[in-house]
Design a protein around this ligand. Structure first.
Ligand SMILES: Cc1ncc(COP(=O)(O)O)c(C=O)c1O
Length: 453
């Protein structure tokens, strides 16, 4: 099919995600046709260096991997699908493998997207509440810069105002808590002189809501789309001790960080914390198949088989595409490749190199207020003035990312999530990246800032 037809069809018939289509009256959409390593080619033959792992932290091992393609193809030849009430070979093996990487967690529930995995976690919490006290302990606390997905339930537990606007009313029983961004401390404090109020405030919120009504807290280990916000080391241990005190489950949303993005298998493993529920998706199969998982402790799982004579005693949930075998087969191969190629080490080393280079850019440009992140997961916050920390208008971040794109380097940015804070550039190259590629990425940003400020 000709390039014109491909682009015309994309313009005339595809409803692109997160896109105001008026723009396509003047500019053609980019239509990606092939890719190898970290280079993507569009339908016009232009090549781009991808510093976003597929736009949204997904193609973590690079494109065009024969090992991944063969694994998925072999699995599809054997058996592509059967509903998840039954077992399949890769799902069995992957459940064992992934739980071996996360002590204390033992059961894997398969589904098809990050939003769906989170919904499963919420449904487990709600059902446990029904087991115990007629559903009273059902509320779920979430943080005000986190994102947990696009479905109405997942959005009800997300706090990015611009993404939520116009999609209400939302589901009841979700309660907001402040974020933990030191650069813009919601308590007006400074790290080193504070009492980690961003974590201790959880106790106030639980008490205000009534501990008998609070079932879980859902947190990203490092806030991703909300601006790459790693917590301070004290944060999670405090959260954990408050959860324990009030019998509240800790659900960690690893949809971006798990598996490997931060240099450890899971983001939470940087902190001294033991979750009860972990959800993950995106890079699990590195974009070679779709998969998401909700992983629980054995203790939680056992509660769903206590009374086998009661038809309401088990988890009455299903996900049609949770029965696809390509997902767990590909995900298992991802773990094998990460181990074989020492990619966690590469993520840590290249992540440090990237952060050093971004810090050097901060020394050069006043507009860079903060550089944050862990592993190959970095954010650069842009401000009008370093003293006041007034954010730049979103058009500045757009212009910088647009300039990079014109120069054939694709970087990310926070995407209309907040009224005033759409000012963070996002960097998440794939785990295979080298110093050379990081140099190209940072040079493109250097040129873009100098041309746009
Ligand atoms: C932390 C987090 N959780 C959940 C989701 C939702 O994942 P999905 O788009 O696969 O539903 C996202 C997507 O960006 C995310 O960043």
């Amino acid at each position: 099919m000709s390039n014109t037809t491909v682009v015309d069809n994309a313009k005339d018939h595809v409803w692109h995600h997160l896109t105001q289509h008026k723009a396509f009256e003047e500019n053609d959409p980019l239509v990606m046709t092939e890719a190898k390593g970290m280079i993507i080619t569009d339908s016009k033959g232009d090549e781009y260096l991808d510093a976003t792992s597929g736009g949204v932290w997904t193609v973590n091992l690079g494109y065009g991997r024969d090992d991944m393609v063969k694994t998925v193809s072999d699995q599809l030849s054997k058996i592509p699908y059967f509903a998840g009430a039954f077992g399949n070979e890769p799902a069995s093996h992957y459940a064992q493998e992934i739980t071996s990487l996360m002590p204390g967690m033992n059961r894997v529930y398969y589904s098809n997207s990050g939003s769906e995995a989170n919904e499963k976690g919420y449904k487990m919490v709600r059902q446990l509440a029904h087991f115990d006290n007629d559903g009273k302990k059902h509320k779920i606390i979430f943080r005000d810069r986190d994102y947990h997905g696009t479905t109405i339930g997942a959005m009800s537990s997300s706090a990015q105002i611009q993404r939520k606007k116009q999609y209400g009313p939302f589901a009841p029983g979700f309660v907001e808590m402040p974020n933990c961004c030191c650069y813009r401390c919601p308590f007006g404090k400074k790290y080193g002189e504070c009492n980690i109020e961003c974590a201790t405030v959880l106790e106030d919120i639980i008490l205000k809501e009534d501990p008998d009504t609070v079932g879980s807290v859902v947190l990203e280990p490092i806030t991703a789309g909300g601006g790459v916000i790693p917590p301070v080391p004290e944060y999670f241990p405090i959260i954990q001790s408050i959860c324990k005190k009030y019998d509240v489950l800790l659900h960690i949303d690893e949809v971006v960080c798990g598996l490997g993005r931060t240099g450890k298998w899971f983001g939470y493993q940087h902190f001294d914390v033991q979750p009860d529920i972990v959800t993950t998706a995106k890079g699990l199969a590195a974009g070679y198949a779709a998969i998401s998982v909700t992983i629980t402790s054995e203790e939680i799982f056992q509660r769903f088989k206590q009374d086998h004579t009661n038809p309401d005693s088990y988890f009455r949930d299903i996900s049609t595409f949770g029965g696809c075998t390509a997902g767990p087969a590909a995900a298992l191969e991802v773990v094998n490749i990460i181990k074989k190629e020492n990619l966690l080490e590469n993520v840590t080393n290249m992540g440090n190199y990237l952060k050093d280079k971004l810090n050097a850019l901060q020394d050069k440009y006043e507009i860079i207020g903060d550089v944050r992140g862990k592993g190959l997961f970095c954010g650069v916050e842009l401000v009008k003035d370093r003293q006041t920390k007034e954010p730049v208008h979103e058009s500045v971040a757009m212009a910088i990312a647009g300039h990079c794109l014109k120069n054939k380097v694709m970087i990310g940015r926070t995407n209309r999530s907040f009224e005033f804070n759409n000012n963070v550039l996002l960097f998440s190259p794939s785990f295979i990246c080298s110093k050379n590629e990081i140099d190209l990425i940072v040079n493109a940003v250097d040129n873009a800032i100098s041309a746009n400020t």
